[in-house]
Design a protein around this ligand. Structure first.
Ligand code: NAG
Length: 375
């Protein structure tokens, strides 16, 4: 039982941890002007001509490669990737030093080619450090993902949790195995989507899930343009085009949801529970706000909940600390999970998210008789 429990926790936290880790590396990978800073750079492993250390970064999982490099060559390294230089910090102390004491230096994110294609959407993830970014960050921390809103939206999350438990119960009663990886992904996606837009339909949450998946894949895929200066703007691998497609579909979806809300508002319909879009629309309507939120900014807000550290710290941490333990507890309390053979914990990478290579597909039996009321 304890084993399964830690397994569950592992499979829950792994994607989150890895996103956090990848974002961390992104910050460490802070693109420096190579020529100007060459004399102050820390050590680096042997490099190849032209591509420099790029070949190290193409191997996945990348955090294993970085771990090996810092073990062999020391905790602070630089890697040259084509025409850009990245700094790797390989210990908690160094990470703290960079993210706390030198936070301001590392707050800007390198603007990648793909984010350039959609940079007019004023996203929070790559927005430069400044008044706009600070305003967005405060909105995230206090209005959207602060403990009050997170607590108010509890009914939304528990409805999704009950729906997952019902699904698993059906499978258990039909003696079918449960694809736990799938159930957990779906739960997380639905919880976040419905907290952003509580009125989203089933097909809308599914589309969001698909778009987020594509978005993450494109953002995190290797793009030659980011490393070889002369390729910039050529969109050789078609990521720019894919990004614009995803962007257009997201935009249409969010526009539809926002229109519905505006019509409701005009008809003076009141809902007692405000979701993220309601809150953002209120902020946009407030003429006294220090920064006027545009429609585009609202959509950019919803598009991707950012992870990071230091000043770029994940604003969703309160939410994660509430939602994850509750879901794990419910899965463990309501069901006995069994294992067919051995569980292979090998890691695979999907975009910047590290997932299990082998999905967790488990036989399950209800543990409680009678089963808790989840209708
Ligand atoms: C289990 O779920 C994952 C995630 O949705 C999916 O990629 C995989 O194909 C599923 N596996 C099976 C055997 O259904």
């Amino acid at each position: 039982m304890a084993n399964i429990q830690s397994l569950l926790i592992f499979s829950f936290s792994l994607p989150l941890l890895t996103i956090a880790f990848a974002t961390l590396s992104l910050i460490f990978f802070f693109v420096l002007n190579q020529r100007r800073n060459a004399q102050h750079l820390p050590l680096s492993p042997p490099a190849l001509p032209i591509i420099g250390h790029l070949h190290y970064l193409l191997k996945s999982p990348i955090h294993h490669t970085l771990d090996r490099l810092t073990t062999n060559y020391g905790p602070l390294l630089h890697l040259r990737c084509g025409s850009s230089v990245r700094i790797i910090a390989g210990s908690a102390d160094l990470a703290r030093e960079l993210l706390k004491n030198h936070d301001a230096v590392f707050t800007n994110r390198p603007l990648t080619s793909v984010s350039r294609y959609v940079s007019n959407d004023r996203g929070f993830v790559v927005a430069p450090f400044g008044p706009y970014w600070l305003f967005m960050k405060r909105l995230y921390m206090t209005e959207l993902l602060g403990s009050t809103t997170v607590a108010k939206l509890r009914p939304v999350r528990s409805a999704e949790l009950r729906s997952m438990l019902r699904n698993i119960l059906d499978k258990a009663q039909a003696n079918e195995e449960v694809n736990l990886s799938k159930e957990i992904l779906k739960l997380m996606n639905n919880e976040v989507t419905r907290m952003a837009a509580s009125t989203a339909s089933g097909s809308e949450t599914e589309e969001v899930s698909e778009l987020v998946k594509q978005f993450t894949e494109i953002v995190s895929s290797f793009n030659l343009e980011d490393y070889i200066g002369i390729c910039r703007g050529m969109d050789l691998q078609g990521q720019g085009k894919r990004m614009r497609d995803v962007h257009t579909r997201f935009d249409r979806l969010l526009e539809g949801i926002m229109r519905e809300k505006e019509v409701e508002k005009e008809q003076d319909k009141q809902r007692e529970m405000k979701d993220f879009i309601d809150i953002l629309l209120d902020v946009a309507a407030n003429d006294n706000a220090e920064i006027k939120l545009s429609r585009e900014s609202i959509k950019a807000f919803i598009r991707l909940l950012p992870f990071g550290s230091g000043m770029r710290g994940c604003p969703g941490i309160t939410l994660a600390m509430k939602a994850v333990p509750v879901a794990v507890a419910a899965l463990v309390q309501c069901f006995d999970w069994n294992v067919n053979g051995k569980v292979d914990m090998a890691e695979g990478i999907i975009g910047i998210v590290s997932m299990r290579v082998h999905q967790l597909i488990l036989p399950v039996v209800p543990r409680l008789q009678p089963f808790p009321d989840i209708e």
